[in-house]
Design a protein around this ligand. Structure first.
Ligand code: ADP
Length: 477
């Protein structure tokens, strides 16, 4: 059994802010059904889930960081029923906070860079000092991007320097581009190789990972192709490292996202998908004061530029000027300006629009179960899990043709799975919603597409064996 450690700042259900949390909470479980023995390590935040569990201390140490001595502990979850062992790095001053990334004002924590560096150092120190012999480290996004560099270049880690590092880019927009001075937070390294840390005059964690990791992947093949064409100043770097860069499409956890056994929803799926949809819609629409039988279109996601939620209010205006036979339910959290715009649409179109500005896991499940269509007007989308959850619950995606949405939502007119449109503009989204309405009005067409997409298999089984294969290639290289 290949012993692998997943290093991440999110893992569902312990701490999740988006898709990376879902991936890290599911993929190790699926790998452990194969020839891999995967564990996960995340920071010990003060989330409700982490607080409610019992932890066993497995390591107690300290590290020097400039003038500071930082104490830390590694703790293991007692009695894990997650399908993998879960470890946390406990550095109280830095992670003892209920929110993963955002301070109360909605902005990132001011000490984000320091906490990421300390988290990564603590893990390498633990691996070095303990008897845990991991054969491969799998790092996720820029918050863990300095690990491949430190492992190879810091004298301190010489003993474990040959451990292969697999690096996954879940979102290339966030790069961990830090003040160059912050390199002083790293343990002593070979100065002649300092250039590996640098990109555009800054310490760039993502660039360092692309340079130093043994293998790099994105969470869909199409997103890797896009980065090779346009990734700002990193385009050249990805092309230069192209031989080790691939794309592996994410899967979804069929146990957590199972319409037949989902505790969050009002009615589980039994024989009839159409009855399942209609009952859940009627229940949810009733709770949120919407018309109960009209076509229901939803949005779930971070209110961030990349997700395109800012164009939804204007798209709704256009749709409402043509027909009032469509309802919308919008769930999101993030940019307060976009949140206000969604709320305005809610006030304006009362029984047609309901906007919930919150992060609500249970409600997300109910929306996937209840909606006829789910919109994803993403400006870019490294993979996107929402469309796959939606399809499993018989909800047809209306998705912009980008990244992982290209791989998963070809247009229904070419035998695909949903409605695809080219540009993130209110006009194009409104047109796509009106195309959806014409499917909705032809029940035979609607039911056919619904049944087809709900039977698609996006489970992790396939991707997990691909990852297991790649790990073996690296280890036996
Ligand atoms: P990203 O990681 O870019 O945010 P993904 O599509 O990969 O996007 O994953 C998003 C995940 O976060 C899905 O599980 C989705 O249901 C969930 N999610 C996003 N926003 C919310 C919210 N406001 N409430 C509940 N779940 C949410």
């Amino acid at each position: 059994m290949t012993k692998v450690l997943y290093i991440s700042t999110e893992c569902y259900p312990a701490a999740k802010a988006g898709g990376m949390g879902d991936v890290v909470g599911a993929l190790p479980k699926y790998l452990n059904k194969q020839s891999v023995n995967a564990s996960v390590i995340i920071p010990k935040y003060k989330t409700a889930w982490i607080e409610s569990k019992s932890w066993q201390k497995v390591h107690d140490s300290k590290m020097e960081c400039g003038e500071l001595i930082i104490k830390f502990k590694i703790k293991k979850l007692k009695k894990s029923d997650l399908g993998f062992p879960l470890y946390t790095v406990d550095i109280p001053d830095y992670f003892d906070r209920p929110s993963i990334y955002l301070a109360a004002d909605g902005h990132g924590y001011p000490d984000e860079a320091e906490r990421n560096i300390l988290f990564q150092r603590a893990i390498l120190d633990w691996i070095l000092e303990s008897k845990e012999a991991f054969e491969l480290l799998h790092c996720h996004d820029h918050m863990t991007g300095l690990i491949p560099f430190m492992l190879q270049q810091c004298r301190k880690y010489k003993k474990i320097a040959n451990t292969p590092v697999f690096f996954t880019i879940h979102n290339g927009q966030y790069q961990g581009s830090l003040d160059w001075e912050l390199r002083n937070y790293l343990p002593k390294y070979k100065l002649e190789h300092e250039g590996l840390l640098e990109w555009d005059g800054r310490l760039n964690s993502l660039a360092a990972a692309i340079k130093c990791a043994w293998q790099v992947n994105t969470v869909s093949p199409a997103y890797m192709q896009e980065l090779k064409k346009e990734f700002g100043s990193l385009t050249a770097l990805v092309n230069h490292e192209s031989r080790k860069c691939t794309g592996i499409l994410n899967g979804i956890d069929h146990e957590v996202w199972d319409p037949k056994n989902d505790n969050h929803i009002d009615f589980n799926l039994d024989d009839s998908l159409n009855t399942f949809k209609q009952k859940n819609k009627s229940s949810l629409a009733g709770k949120y004061g919407l018309f109960k039988t009209k076509m229901l279109v939803s949005f779930i996601g971070r209110l961030a530029y990349e997700k395109g939620a800012d164009i939804i209010p204007e798209a709704i205006n256009i749709v409402m000027s043509k027909t009032k036979d469509i309802c919308f339910i919008l769930l999101g959290s993030g940019d307060p300006t976009v949140g206000d715009q969604l709320k305005l649409a809610d006030h304006k179109y009362k029984k047609n629009v309901s906007s919930i500005i919150a992060y609500d896991e249970a409600l997300a499940h109910q929306i996937y179960a209840s909606s006829d269509f789910l919109m994803m007007p993403s400006r870019f989308e490294p993979c996107g899990l929402n469309q796959m959850y939606a399809m499993r619950y018989g909800t047809i995606p209306i998705a912009r043709y980008t990244g992982g949405l290209k791989d998963t939502v070809p247009d229904f007119t070419v035998g695909g799975n949903g409605i695809s449109f080219d540009h993130t503009t209110p006009g194009e989204l409104a047109n796509a919603i009106l195309r959806a309405k014409s499917i909705f009005d032809q029940k035979k067409e609607l039911y056919k597409l619904r049944y087809k997409i709900s039977a698609l298999d996006f489970s992790w089984d396939h991707a997990a064996s691909n990852y297991a294969h790649q790990y073996n290639l690296l280890i036996n290289n």
